[in-house]
Ligand binder design. Structure first.
Ligand SMILES: Cc1cc2nc3c(=O)[nH]c(=O)nc-3n(C[C@H](O)[C@H](O)[C@H](O)COP(=O)(O)O)c2cc1C
Length: 299
């Protein structure tokens, strides 16, 4: 599974070399953006390029990034879409597809939440009726921060050293003792046939879902909350996302779109056909309060 190797290499880059992307790398990114992936609404997402990131980041403080703390980077993309949850999912799916493909070129990146769409558009000189939903910082990562070193040795306690990097108020209560970029095990990601019916690894192996879930567990999410839960129901898989008051509707839907990308790539690589359908008439009755039903993967 080639995609698995790529996703294993992927981690958010928050410290960049102080040099712009080479011309050929920028061209490769432009080429990518000219051919968006197949997902409902993906072709309507705009990627607005901010070339002079190091200069512009100072104007973006308090407008983007956790707690308004910008990550300084040579360049940014501002992702713009219609103002509705389905479009935000397409932002998540397309943005993460972009990040994984940029990594193939050795380009590091990091998602950034946007706190004030109108002001980001005005500061960045973006003349579009669409909403500025998220940003992606891009550049060449500083060596010492590559491969998740930023988070890999941090535990909940030492996470507060993130204050040095500008994350004084980040809420870590949900993280337990694990490192921040820890990932749930595959049996924690999916129920079988009905909500609450957790599988054994052997069940997942028997259904040949284990490889897709190994891939899925590597998906990034807002504050690494991993809020997704799948329910396998024979001819389809439902996706529900745990609600979290601290995240905007846009961020929650981006997380859902990212989860859809990883699960789909994992299923395709495992030989399953199928695709995501974003809306159904009725959410499944067993999805409990506190979770939002986001869509169905139909085989
Ligand atoms: C929708 C979304 C918004 C994010 N916003 C920020 C942000 O504003 N600042 C930041 O440093 N990281 C941000 N991240 C990155 C996550 O913290 C990161 O993906 C997660 O902790 C997992 O770590 P990893 O990407 O290194 O695997 C965001 C991620 C997502 C999916």
């Amino acid at each position: 599974m080639k995609s698995l190797k790529l996703a294993e290499k992927r981690s958010s880059v928050r410290a960049y070399k102080n040099k712009p992307l080479r011309e050929e790398d920028l061209n490769a990114l432009n080429l990518l953006l000219a051919h968006p992936p197949k997902f409902p609404g993906a072709e309507d997402i705009e990627f607005f390029f901010l070339k002079d990131g190091l200069n512009q980041s100072q104007w973006l403080h308090n407008l983007a990034g956790y707690n308004g703390i910008m990550i300084e980077a040579p360049h940014y993309y501002v992702l713009l879409s219609e103002d509705n949850p389905e479009a935000f999912k397409a932002v998540g799916y397309t943005g993460e597809w972009f990040i994984l493909n940029a990594l193939k070129q050795g380009i590091g990146s990091c998602w950034l939440e946007i706190l004030d769409s109108d002001r980001v558009k005005s500061v960045a000189g973006i003349d579009s009726p669409k909403k500025a939903v998220a940003m992606i910082a891009v550049g060449y990562g500083q060596k010492e921060y590559q491969n998740s070193q930023f988070f890999s040795k941090t535990t909940k306690e030492s996470l507060f050293s993130l204050a040095e990097m500008g994350y004084p108020d980040i809420n870590t209560d949900h993280l337990g003792k694990e490192p921040v970029s820890y990932r749930k095990s595959i049996t924690e990601l999916i129920y079988m046939n009905e909500w609450g019916n957790a599988p054994a690894i052997s069940d997942l192996e028997q259904m040949e879902l284990h490889k897709a879930l190994f891939y899925m567990r590597l998906a990034p999410s807002y504050e690494n909350r991993q809020p997704w839960m799948f329910v396998s129901r024979g001819n389809h898989i439902d996706l529900a996302m745990k609600q979290f008051e601290g995240a905007s509707p846009a961020v929650r839907a981006i997380d859902a779109g990212i989860a859809m990308l990883y699960m789909e790539v994992g299923l395709h690589d495992s030989g399953f056909p199928g695709e995501w359908h974003l809306s159904t008439e009725q959410p499944p009755a067993d999805i409990p309060a506190g979770y939002d039903f986001e869509g169905q993967y139909i085989f």
